[in-house]
Design a protein around this ligand. Structure first.
Ligand SMILES: [Zn+2]
Length: 142
């Protein structure tokens, strides 16, 4: 873990990692969506930052409590990792071969209940710097 050019701390490969490697669990306290909303009320217009990860409609993992280094991994619109949900747990896995020193990043692909308006996207900005950067960590909504 060290300072990242994207945001705050990031995780970097200290050895070469082949594609398809399960790297780390996204650990944390398991909450219901209602509990997570009570803990982190969404303030309109404010930039959003939590360590929440929704597994499904019933379970949200809060890595701010009992989390591990996985919570520091940054989002990128051109990721080398993906978050894979397996049997109710979240794992960060490599989707490309990763070289020593590369930052480990995955696409957060957040989905809001509300419409993904320009204002909503502004609350969830992306600074990944990829050529394909979509300017937000929100997923494309269909
Ligand atoms: Zn981006």
């Amino acid at each position: 873990m060290r300072q990242s050019g994207i945001q705050g701390f990031g995780g970097f490969a200290t050895q070469a990692i082949p594609a398809g490697t399960r790297i780390i669990e996204y650990a944390g306290e398991r909450l219901t969506p209602a509990e997570s909303e009570a803990r982190y009320p969404d303030t309109l217009g404010e930039r959003h930052h939590t360590f929440l990860f929704a597994i499904d409609d019933e379970v949200v993992v809060d890595a701010a409590v009992n989390g591990n280094e996985a919570r520091f991994l940054n989002h990128s619109c051109a990721p080398n990792c993906d978050a894979v949900i397996d049997d109710g747990r979240i794992w960060i896995e490599s989707i490309h071969d990763i070289e020593v020193g590369e930052e480990l990043v995955y696409d957060y692909a957040y989905i809001l209940e509300e419409r993904h308006t320009p204002a909503a996207k502004k609350r969830f900005p992306c600074y990944c710097g990829a050529i394909t950067c979509r300017g937000t960590i929100l997923a494309k909504k269909r």
